[in-house]
Write a protein that binds this ligand. Sequence first.
Ligand code: FA5
Length: 332
Amino acid sequence: MTALGAISDGAAVEEWRVSWLGRRGQFTGLLRGLSGLDPDLRREVGGRANQAKNTLEEALARRTREIAQAELEASDRLDVTLPGRPIITGRLHPTTQIVREICQAFMAMGFSVVEGPEVELDHYNFEMLNIPSGHPARDMWNSLWVDYVNEAGEQPMLLRTHTSPMQARVMEAQEPPVRVVVPGKCYRYEATDATHEWHFYQVEGLAVAEGITFADLKGTLYEFARRVFGEDRQIRFRCDYFPFVEPGVDMSISNFRDPATGKRPINRDEDWIEIMGAGMVHPKVLAGVGYDPDRYTGFAFGMGPERIGMLKYGIDDIRHFYSNDVRFLRQF
Ligand code: FA5
């Protein structure tokens, strides 16, 4: 063993192995000699000899590895037989993927993409959308207010509760025709459940020009749904109320059981999942930004990309999106 420790090249190790453990080696000879012994003594000596053999074999294996490693380090060579180290790559978050897919569907229909501030003024989040302070419709959006009070004693800033404030910002900055989508994050002070998060994304849409009708709204949204969900999902419009549109609707996507498997796209006991609110831009909103409501009309919508992702990929709880579990995130 001491001799083994002093050895430092592969050839000498092999010599050592042949001389001790080889077929004609010293140790092998010793084991053979056991057959001449008295049976009791043979068992005893045999046991010890085997232990010793194991020890020698282990020492040999260790020394062989050490020498190979030392030779490799000294030689500067690359051992191409070693397994490669896996490279862990990041990927786009499922929300990012869906938001991009939605924006692409609208870009293909001639919409451009703009973004706006997440910390918003009451003025844009509510006032310009025909929701003055004290209006009961404010209760539709439970707001997270920014802890800042101005000279007039007002608290004018909040985390935007929807992307609709961008309607007014876009129209103030340009003349019609307008055709934009606005992806972005929204915040609401509300309890979470399988279809509600306190922060989530929306994609707002706005088209204003002369002669736009409700048929344009429906046609655009049908085309969007066909592009994102394919031909076979059904769409339902119902009347809904939003102060900044007239008439207003909400749009849902079918969540019917598959007759073959009995399963629904999302495992919730509901036939329809609401994905957006929409409607014809209210004349007061147009007038507020200086557009002539007798000349221009338009439609607007605001949709939830997480809900769309849930329906598309069969995700049955919205909270998976932001719980940062890589086992979930890696699936996309
Ligand atoms: C609005 O926020 C309106 N601004 C939509 C609108 C725009 C109407 C333009 C008319 C014209 P609503 O609160 O229903 O409406 O939200 C719209 C969509 O955002 C919902 O259908 C849903 O898909 C998504 N959403 C709303 N709240 C949450 C939430 N807490 N978690 C996840 N998604 C949500």
